[in-house]
Design a binder for this molecule. Structure first.
Ligand SMILES: CC(C)(COP(=O)(O)OP(=O)(O)OC[C@H]1O[C@@H](n2cnc3c(N)ncnc32)[C@H](O)[C@@H]1OP(=O)(O)O)[C@@H](O)C(=O)NCCC(=O)NCCS
Length: 302
């Protein structure tokens, strides 16, 4: 029997469940998520920016998808390529030909995890790898070293609706050179606060005890296989220090506070994502029990 011809179309609201099912299948096969958290939240319609989604069908059956986020500096692309159809090359060609993807700006393709189907496709087409994002992992039971807060600094936890603006300002300043994290909007923050996993008790703020100024934060996250089930992974979700407070060992202190919290709630392992070229953060995590666990690679395809 001849294989059904492949067609590629823009996915509409009716295709959302099919795209999520393809992503779940590809994730299970690859051993790590094929879409990042931002895409999953955007696909669920919880942010103010909607991605472009292309869906590939063999005959009637959805077989693969591409999720494209168009932004000022560059467009980013993730492919959902479950076993079966060889739809990757056709999806890449469709993205590059799509006139909603600005032709005068870079298009960046993410390959998530070492089991990614996207990486061999990108390598095969000779695309240049321009960024490495490491997943580091540490056993949750490892003793957390003492790291006192600098003098004149007070610890508190995040108050939704009260601390939002302060947090957005320090996040933007700390991550000014970071493509995604630095441009989080109020809606991006709110979308996370509204997630089931959100727990203000694991979202730590460090403020000046005199002025109350926010100097830094460590937001931890926990994942569970099913709601109410045991924690499967703890995460150093976002840690950032206001540039004016950098180098005071506040990062070390906040890291320890968050690791201790994740230990207290029973996280068996602690993961974090760090850019290969983020010297400061890599120095912070070095010698604190984190080992390389996985790798995401970003390719420039235009
Ligand atoms: C990474 C960051 C949290 C570190 O906070 P900090 O308060 O400046 O760090 P500390 O003063 O506690 O220093 C911790 C260690 O990192 C080292 N370090 C900090 N910044 C550094 C830099 N820019 N270059 C090299 N080493 C650096 C310190 O020397 C120290 O090393 P040691 O433990 O061997 O003595 C802070 O620089 C930051 O907010 N960066 C931008 C946001 C970011 O990248 N977050 C992490 C995302 S994964």
């Amino acid at each position: 029997m001849c294989p059904s011809p492949l067609t590629i179309q823009t996915a509409d609201a009716d295709d959302a469940a099919a795209v999520r099912a393809l992503a779940e299948q590809a994730t299970a096969e690859a051993g790590s998520p094929v879409l990042n958290e931002q895409s999953l939240i955007a696909l669920a319609g919880a942010t103010d920016t909607a991605p472009i989604v292309l869906i590939a069908r063999a005959g009637e059956a959805p077989v693969a998808a591409a999720v494209i986020e168009v932004a000022d500096a560059a467009s980013t692309l993730e492919l959902v390529l479950p076993d079966g159809a060889d739809a990757g090359p056709a999806l890449l060609d469709a993205v590059l030909a799509d006139d909603r993807v600005p032709a005068d700006r870079p298009v960046l393709l993410w390959a998530h995890g070492r089991g990614s189907r996207t990486a061999p496709l990108a390598e095969g087409r000779g695309y240049e790898a321009i960024r490495s994002l490491y997943v580091l992992r540490r056993p949750g039971s490892l003793a957390v070293e003492d790291a006192p807060l600098p003098p004149g600094v007070e610890l508190s936890t995040f108050r939704p609706g009260v601390d939002n603006a302060d947090w957005l300002a320090v996040n933007a300043a700390a991550f000014a050179t970071h493509a995604e994290q630095g441009r989080w909007s109020a809606a991006d923050l709110q979308a996370r606060i509204d997630e089931d996993w959100f727990d203000a008790a694991g979202f730590f703020l460090a403020r000046s005890s005199g002025s109350g100024e926010l100097l830094g934060f460590h937001w931890t996250k926990t994942e569970r296989a099913e709601p109410g089930g045991p924690i499967t992974v703890g995460e150093v979700y976002v840690i950032g220090i206001a540039p004016a407070a950098a180098g005071l060992r506040l990062g070390s202190a906040l890291l320890a506070v968050g690791l201790r919290h994740l230990q207290d709630v029973g996280a068996p392992v602690v993961d974090l994502y760090v850019d290969g070229d983020n010297t400061g953060a890599r120095a912070l995590y070095a010698n604190r029990g984190f080992a390389e666990h996985n790798l995401d690679v970003c390719y420039r395809i235009r």
